[in-house]
Design a protein around this ligand. Structure first.
Ligand SMILES: Cc1cc2nc3c(=O)[nH]c(=O)nc-3n(C[C@H](O)[C@H](O)[C@H](O)COP(=O)(O)O)c2cc1C
Length: 216
């Protein structure tokens, strides 16, 4: 499919048909995604294709706790989602989450990890939350979603499990020095949203400086 169309129209899919996705298909998706860029081309990614229902249930239970904590904090008007994890005050809120509730039946569950020894953290020392490390792994994650789209599949990237990484590590066999960066769910979407809502370029791009004139 046309690249621009794919970039503009790959919405998140959170419900899938029961149609299975073969290992060969997952392999071919990863075979495309591996061409993602990474710092120094060190390709820090590891992927666990999680099939075993008991492992899926274990990580879904961990993710459900985080999801409910997130909902609780989001429901509290005095907090913003951006402060999530910095406080533990809000009571959890239980709401259905089809991906987590039905995890045993989902076509594909991918746990994505990054080898931190392969990532140069350029902003590790600047006195704020580091962010550049993710730049060596999330393009790979996005390429998985685009590669899935190219095969008429859909999916969504989630980060719940990172919050429960210590509990998830033994059950997933996470290697030492690695971080869990995402859980990606894939399948044949029941509905794929291709009409995405995003801010206009002039809302975020400016000339010369971040307080400059809007780019038009
Ligand atoms: C870093 C990251 C974390 C995300 N975490 C979740 C998540 O935990 N649960 C979820 O359902 N979607 C998650 N998403 C998907 C976003 O909600 C989605 O990309 C956004 O709402 C835009 O939706 P759209 O692409 O369908 O327009 C995440 C996306 C990113 C990039």
């Amino acid at each position: 499919m046309d690249l621009s169309e794919a970039l503009r129209g790959t919405g998140s899919a959170r419900r899938f048909t029961e149609q299975p996705v073969s290992d060969a298909m997952v392999t071919s998706i990863l075979d495309d995604a591996r061409f993602a860029p990474s710092g120094g081309n060190r390709q820090p990614w590891r992927v666990a294709v999680v099939k075993e229902p008991s492992i899926r249930r274990h990580i879904a239970d961990l993710m459900t706790s985080v999801w409910q904590e997130y909902l609780g904090e989001s429901a509290d008007p005095s907090r913003t989602p951006f402060a999530f994890g910095k406080s533990f005050g809000a009571a959890p809120v239980a709401e259905p989450n089809w991906l987590l509730d039905e995890i045993e039946t989902l076509p594909v569950v991918l746990s994505i990890a990054a080898d931190l020894n392969k990532i140069a953290l350029m902003d590790g020392d600047v006195g704020r939350t580091p962010i550049t490390g993710g730049a060596s792994i999330y393009p790979f994650c996005w390429s998985i979603l685009l590669a899935a789209r190219a095969r008429d599949l859909g999916g969504v990237l989630t980060t719940y499990l990172s919050r429960a990484e210590q509990q998830a590590a033994p059950v997933l066999g996470l290697p030492h020095g690695h971080a869990i960066v995402a859980t990606i769910f894939l399948g044949h979407p029941i509905h794929l949203n291709t009409k995405l809502k995003r801010a206009a370029v002039s809302d975020f791009a400016t000339i010369d400086r971040f307080d400059g004139a809007p780019l038009r």
